[in-house]
Design a binder for this molecule. Structure first.
Ligand code: BGC
Ligand code: BGC
Length: 862
């Protein structure tokens, strides 16, 4: 896109083409040669005038007639509560404010509901006090399984569970209850439901997907939208206690290569339409007011820049007349854009930037571009109209044509007993019985039941990600007032029936139990932190399996309850158990598990299993595969499978060989968007001392290096005069398996000023980390200063300000002589010269084809 000379940041606005240096493999952020094209005319045409009413449009006309260009640009921007005060939001007339995954009232993640309400009121009041026309902001939150960011809310099962219920009516009722709890805290808008059709469940967001089956996703998407917003065409639509829904992420998020979050979807146009788009038309028909664009690419083109899909398909063809919001700074991924400036995305059809920390600059830049005519006035007006339309239809205007704003439910609705009962019903309906040999289930509550495994008493684990905070991995049971752990649910029913329920973390007991319920599974994660290389459950950690085998050896019947965000390869655990229940991520109402596992006090079966697999269960550590006709290969249990008490069947012994010989699993992302993935941290080392950055303090100096971290990356400046390095490390990991499996370390960075001396990259294993290595085994990579690669060229050749991608196959480090068995820091960048660079992200990726290695670097004298 042409930019006016002299516009703000015009130098950075030049079209950016990532540098391709010959000797190194520097992949560009776009793959122009592979671009596939979209033919909107081949996509089904939806209704034309949905959400358009003459009186609302007239009202919008009258508002717009009194708006300045500044007012209009403000409406197109959404900032995050952590980065904008109510006063600033009002002053800039921002269209919306969100509470991001780690943002909470005044920084308190565990704030009381009343504090959330106070916060939303503050933004609303500030906007009401501005000059005319006063336009209320849309206040948004990720209420993706109930209003689960807020303490005390009912936490419904995650979408992976809801898919297994196959029950649209239940999903609709969950939408209603969620909307009420969201509205009570003063929010108008939730970023849900995710309508991804996850096809490779190694993807860390698989649990946000209802199913691998597009038809099921379509049914549940429409039901959830109807539940959240109320029924379109009735007075119930966006009545008090309803919440604006968002179907996300458009398009193809569930179809990325190898299930990589934010990755590239290379599906055909046909598959995109038949599979990945399935949830959109029914949600649009149900009146969904917003759609979120996706981080992923399609054939190398970032969705936020794909005009043919955003405008041609979603708006023009599907007839979506609501508001298309961007994802969290996703605009910065577009070549030629930064998070501060991206006319391309608006041009492609985005109506609102999600610019959490970047709102001020994007406001300024967009305003300048609108003034200069870089963005056509008609496009700006269309985007503003869509934002206002949603506000009018959501009855945000006290005197809008949709009738006066009504009073939302009171805070008492949070954790309402009826909502909890509904959540518990959803738990019951979502459990899938994979195995029940010898009719071990249901258990007699009058007996002695041993409940084993920490997961049985960890409410955070049963809730998963997007709970209280983004990852959901820092919670304790005190964060869930009113919730029930799985053990507490079992104990209540067993004791009521006169039996004994005993909890034991490690399976030891004093009196032999009649049966053991062993609860285990994945720990919470969100987004890319949940990406995995294989589907093997807990590779290298056989603790639970050993407990199960030991108990079984002692003649105790075993019931396994598996908590996970996706189906996984658990053949050894399936063999070790007599009965096996896939319990997914049930949320706050753990009592629903006991409802199915135990008979009533009268000895009768109270509830049978009705959950059926919405995802094929894999036969190996690798995910199932889909043929073009949708048929699946590689499944152990097919989609639709699920035993019932009424229809028992025997499961025979399963093969336990796991094929993949080495640890190719573990987190795939080291660092992204200002966030270091557990178990790693950022370290600075100047040869004298090692400084660990404690984010979010976010600024750390060493002798020749200083680093500042924000959501745009780690901004590092080497000042020259001695060696210093920037590392991501902290716990020894075995990368040798990944090296054998063609995994590469991939960095994305922008060079602000080029290197003046050699720049090296390599893994590090040093004594400095030995303390963090519990078993103290071999904290060295084979040499005091392990072999590193000379990447000076990549940094020197990078165009100033452009994002450059550097892909380094792990094999290159091994070839240069590094042992990758106990690597304490997978990434270390060092130089003795001057260099200023922003590391945007660092990940492990699957390297394709034969890739050249940069030359080995000489070990410097420190
Ligand atoms: C996620 C979205 C989410 C947004 C706001 C992004 O990182 O991809 O699904 O709605 O953050 O928290
Ligand atoms: C935010 C989330 C966002 C995530 C991704 C977190 O800090 O709170 O909303 O999805 O970053 O970058």
């Amino acid at each position: 896109m042409a930019r006016p000379p002299g516009s703000p940041d015009a130098t950075r606005g030049a079209v950016r083409v990532a540098v391709v240096a010959a000797a190194l493999l520097i992949g560009a952020a776009v793959h122009p040669g592979r671009a596939a094209s979209v033919h909107p005319d081949r996509w089904p045409a939806g209704p034309r005038n949905l959400l358009i009413h003459a009186d609302t449009e007239r009202f919008i006309d009258s508002l717009m007639a009194n708006m300045t260009l500044e007012d209009k640009i403000g409406q197109l921007i959404q900032a995050d509560i952590a980065f904008v005060t109510p006063r600033e939001a009002a002053q800039y007339r921002l269209g919306s404010v969100l509470a991001g995954g780690n943002s909470a009232p005044y920084g308190h993640l565990r704030a009381a509901p009343a504090e959330w309400l106070q916060l939303t009121n503050a933004y609303r009041r500030a906007a009401a006090g501005t000059a005319h026309p006063a336009i209320p902001p849309l206040l948004a939150i990720d209420a993706v399984h109930g209003n689960a960011r807020v303490r005390g809310a009912t936490i419904f099962p995650q979408n992976v569970s809801l898919g297994a219920t196959h029950d649209p009516d239940l999903v609709r009722r969950i939408g209603r209850a969620t909307a009420a709890e969201v509205a009570a805290t003063g929010f108008d808008w939730t970023f849900a439901p995710t309508v991804a059709v996850a096809r490779d469940v190694r993807w860390g967001r698989s649990y946000e997907s209802y199913s691998e089956d597009p038809r099921l996703v379509a049914r549940l998407a429409a039901a959830m939208v109807d539940g959240l917003q109320g029924t379109l065409g009735t007075p119930d639509f966006m009545a008090a206690g309803r919440t604006i829904a968002t179907v996300k992420h458009f398009l193809g998020d569930g179809g990325t290569e190898e299930g990589r979050d934010q990755g590239d979807d290379r599906a055909s146009e046909e598959t995109l339409l038949r599979v990945h788009a399935a949830g959109y038309p029914p949600a649009i028909d149900a009146g969904v007011l917003s759609v979120m664009a996706s981080y992923n690419s399609w054939h190398g083109i970032k969705m936020h820049a794909n005009a043919a899909l955003l405008t041609g398909v979603l708006k023009d063809r599907f007839g979506f007349n609501g508001l298309l919001v961007g994802d969290w700074n996703a605009q910065e991924e577009i070549p030629g854009c930064t998070k501060f400036d991206c006319p391309t995305a608006l041009d492609a059809g985005l109506d609102m930037f999600m610019a959490p920390d970047s709102w001020r600059q994007i406001y300024r830049n967009t305003l300048a571009e609108a003034r200069a005519g870089v963005i056509p006035a008609a496009r700006i007006d269309d985007a503003v109209r869509r934002v206002l339309r949603v506000k009018v239809l959501a009855r945000l205007f006290a005197r809008g044509p949709e009738g006066p704003a009504t009073k939302p439910p009171s805070l008492a609705v949070l954790g309402d007993p009826a909502h909890r009962a509904l959540a518990r019903q959803a738990v019951r309906e979502s459990l899938v019985l994979l195995k029940n040999n010898r009719g071990v289930l249901p258990l007699d509550p009058k007996g002695r039941i041993l409940v084993v495994g920490r997961a049985a008493i960890d409410i955070g684990q049963q809730c998963g990600g997007w709970t209280i905070d983004w990852q959901g991995d820092h919670n304790t049971n005190a964060d869930f007032p009113g919730a029930t752990s799985i053990f507490a649910g079992i104990r209540a029913q067993v004791e009521a029936a006169g039996g004994h329920a005993v909890y034991s973390a490690d399976g030891r007991y004093t009196r032999k139990p009649d049966a053991a319920i062993v609860v285990f599974g994945e720990h919470p994660y969100a987004e890319f932190e949940g990406d995995r290389e294989t589907l093997e459950y807990a590779p290298g950690n056989h603790r639970i399996l050993e407990i199960m085998r030991r108990l079984r050896g002692a003649g105790v019947p075993i019931v396994a309850v598996f908590l996970s965000g996706r189906p996984m390869w658990v053949n050894p655990q399936l063999n070790a158990a007599d009965a096996f229940v896939a319990a997914w991520l049930p949320g706050s109402e753990g009592g629903g598990i006991a409802d199915l596992l135990l008979r009533g006090p009268d000895g009768k079966i109270r509830h049978d299993f009705h959950g059926r697999l919405a995802f094929s269960w894999p036969a190996t550590v690798m995910p199932v595969r889909f043929a073009a006709d949708g048929s699946v290969s590689g499944a152990l249990f097919a989609r639709g499978y699920g035993l019932e008490y009424a229809k028992p069947a025997r499961v025979g012994r399963l093969p336990e060989a796991r094929h993949a010989g080495a640890d190719v699993n573990g987190p795939q992302t080291l660092f992204a968007r200002g966030h270091v993935t557990a178990p790693w941290s950022i370290y600075l080392d100047d040869g004298l001392a090692t400084v660990r950055m404690t984010l979010p303090d976010q600024v750390a100096p060493a002798r020749h290096l200083s680093v500042r971290v924000d959501s745009g990356g780690a901004h590092a400046t080497w000042t020259g005069g001695g060696w210093s390095d920037l590392r991501i490390g902290g716990r020894a990991v075995d990368l040798s398996g990944r090296a054998d499996h063609h995994v590469a370390l991939q960095l994305r960075f922008r060079v602000a000023s080029p290197p003046t001396a050699t720049v090296r990259i390599g893994p590090v294993c040093e004594a400095a980390y030995a303390a963090a290595d519990p078993d103290g085994r071999g904290a060295r990579c084979g040499a005091a200063h392990p072999p590193m690669l000379d990447v000076t060229h990549a940094f020197a050749a990078a165009r100033s300000g452009s994002a450059t991608v550097l892909t380094l196959p792990l094999r290159c480090f091994a070839d240069a002589g590094a042992s990758l068995v106990r690597v304490a820091a997978p990434l270390s960048i060092d130089t003795a010269g001057r260099l200023s660079v922003s590391l945007i992200d660092a990940r492990f990726v699957r390297a394709r084809g034969a890739q050249p290695c940069p030359p080995a670097a000489d070990a410097p004298a420190r």
